[in-house]
Design a protein around this ligand. Structure first.
Ligand SMILES: Nc1ncnc2c1ncn2[C@@H]1O[C@H](COP(=O)(O)OP(=O)(O)OP(=O)(O)O)[C@@H](O)[C@H]1O
Length: 353
């Protein structure tokens, strides 16, 4: 999460929580001033499109630096990067909570933050953790939250609250004090708040942060269900595993800059996986692989692994056999998103979180 907003130089007043689930939503925040440059039209079908989006907090390096992000409609888009890489700052600009230093951001085809009042009712957001009144039940939290929204229809309130609680699997616990909820249940209550109205886009900042494996599974399957219904989901995460299992598309950030974006399968497919040769002659195999241009050759028992050289791998296999290496297994392991990330950043990734 970002650091206290008190260090922020030029942003407008900010609500303590995300736009969709502050339990004390007052009158709508004044939208931040729009950048003066004319906004280019967003690409067709993009639910989020930013161009050269930049945020520089007072005196520092840019927290977000010339970001060109394109989130296709219908995608589950993972916004991936280690702590401090600029994810939360980007999300806050997209939601109109802070003004960019320069560049443009379009959400649902409209320029932010100028169109915040039109855009935000169509966006469900869960930002900077769930917030709820502990002394109220989950249901009463949602009733109160919905009642504070001047555009929400009071006649359908009870029905919409019940449907949202049901949707996130909290119907049975609806009458329980939110203070007694587990973190996972609080997170689901936050999602229920985001789902009180039909949404074109859900923005979730680290939705599984702090959850146990069971809680993570529940949120992930909920995200998949929502996406199956056609909602575009934009979620930030520092967990590669999460992105790989839940997302159709991803963008990789490091130190405020975008390193890559695209379909998850393409991000990993651009990488050649590691060659694994299983053999009772590992020393000879390693020698032949090196001679044939394989990189980073490593021997572990009867397994020899390497970065495959360019060219036809069938030829490489034949060369091993011709040189008397008895080959039991010869395969290229599929590259993971983690391999792609390491190749992009040249550094490891805190996979465990
Ligand atoms: N209000 C602020 N004032 C000054 N600097 C800030 C502020 N918010 C964030 N930063 C700095 O901007 C950079 C990006 O932070 P940001 O919170 O956007 O990253 P993040 O990828 O979301 O990380 P995390 O997962 O830790 O929230 C960091 O160096 C951070 O210290």
């Amino acid at each position: 999460m970002g650091e206290p907003s008190g260090t922020e130089a030029e942003s407008p007043p900010e609500p303590a929580h995300g736009p969709a689930y502050d339990p004390t939503p007052g009158p709508a925040e004044a939208p931040a001033p729009a950048p003066s440059a004319p906004a280019p039209a967003p690409p067709d079908g993009a639910v989020i499109a930013t161009r050269a989006l930049t945020k520089r907090y007072r005196g520092g390096q840019p927290a977000v630096d010339s970001l060109d992000l394109t989130v296709p409609a219908g995608s589950v888009f993972g916004f991936l990067g280690p702590n401090g890489s600029g994810k939360t700052t980007t999300i806050r600009m997209l939601m109109g909570l802070i003004a960019p230093t320069s560049g443009t951001a379009h959400v649902l085809g409209r320029s932010m933050p100028r169109a915040a009042r039109t855009v935000l009712p169509r966006v469900g957001a869960l930002i900077e953790g769930p917030a709820a009144y502990g002394f109220l039940s989950g249901r009463d939290n949602l009733l109160r939250y919905d009642a504070a929204d001047p555009t929400a229809d009071p006649r359908t309130r009870r029905h919409r609250v019940a449907a949202a609680l049901d949707r996130v699997g909290l119907a049975a616990a609806a009458g329980k004090r939110a203070g007694a909820y587990s973190l996972g249940m609080k997170q689901r209550l936050g999602l229920a708040a985001a789902l009180l109205r039909p949404r074109s886009l859900l923005v979730l900042d680290e939705p599984t942060n702090g959850l146990d494996p069971q809680g993570m599974r529940e949120i992930r399957s909920l995200v998949r269900e929502l996406a199956a219904d056609g909602t575009t989901v934009f979620l930030s995460s520092h967990l590669l595993d999460e992105i790989e299992h839940v997302c159709t598309h991803a963008a990789v950030m490091a130190r405020g800059r975008l390193l890559a974006q695209g379909a998850v399968a393409d991000l990993a497919a651009g990488m050649r996986g590691r060659l694994v040769v299983t053999t009772p002659d590992p020393g000879d195999a390693a020698r032949v692989l090196k001679e044939r241009g394989a990189g980073d050759v490593a021997v572990d028992g009867d397994r020899v692994t390497a970065q495959p050289p360019d060219g036809d791998l069938a030829e490489l296999n034949a060369a091993l056999v011709t040189d008397g290496v008895r080959v039991r297994g010869f395969a290229v392991e599929r590259a993971s998103l983690e391999d792609a990330f390491v190749a992009l950043t040249g550094e490891g990734f805190d996979v465990a979180g």
